[in-house]
Design a protein around this ligand. Sequence first.
Ligand code: AKG
Length: 244
Amino acid sequence: MQFTPDQLTKYNERGYVIIDCPFPQTLTDACLHAVEKVAQEPLPDEDGKKNHHRLRPQLPDSYWCKLDHSLPFLQIELHTDIVELARQLENDDDIYFRNGGINELAPQRSFLWHRDAEIEYIEFMHYFSGSKKENGCLRVIPGSHIGSVDRLITQVEDLRNKRGDANPTTGQSIPDVKLPNEISLKLRPDQILVRSSRIYHATWVNTTSQSRLMHMVRRHRSSTQKYSTKIHNRAKRASSFRSM
Ligand SMILES: O=C(O)CCC(=O)C(=O)O
């Protein structure tokens, strides 16, 4: 499967595009079946990020879930159409698998405004039951993958101060502040969102009684791997220097 020229333009200009799911429903059904089999509430002291509800964290205080890297999920993460789409976006055949896993949003939880990374990579996001405002759909600032988000960060801080929640905590049950240019991304279960790691985003609060399961797959070109390794090594050197 390939993006159409129009979809490519949208991705490049806005930092995201919504497309029909390229893989068959049977693969998603297998993931949902696996979730039913292992569903278990997190232990009170292991859910530091406060996003878990039906699936325990992979490690204490991790966003990721116990089922990450299980076969049904890997079959989607390694699906040829996902690889093909990533190759087309990166204009490069040498595509790396960064990571993939299940992102759960428990009832009464939300994600605050943030950018996932400064380095550019592609995120495929599949909301198993679809996403809408009531179950905490994604809010984005179109075009914010380009350039700095310093102005947006300041704007968020000012609005939070005005509202009286200067230090909101992760997983709060009130949604983060409303930004003037934000839009809400509503998806059907048979659609996926493809977005840049750099787009500035948050979610609404999941006000339903069910957790919202989203399968995320991250891919990037090999030069990004070299770049992120360089950044990692530089950060390691800086922290060992600090601790001397
Ligand atoms: O669950 C979502 O829709 C978005 C989660 C999120 O903010 C993230 O993965 O960085």
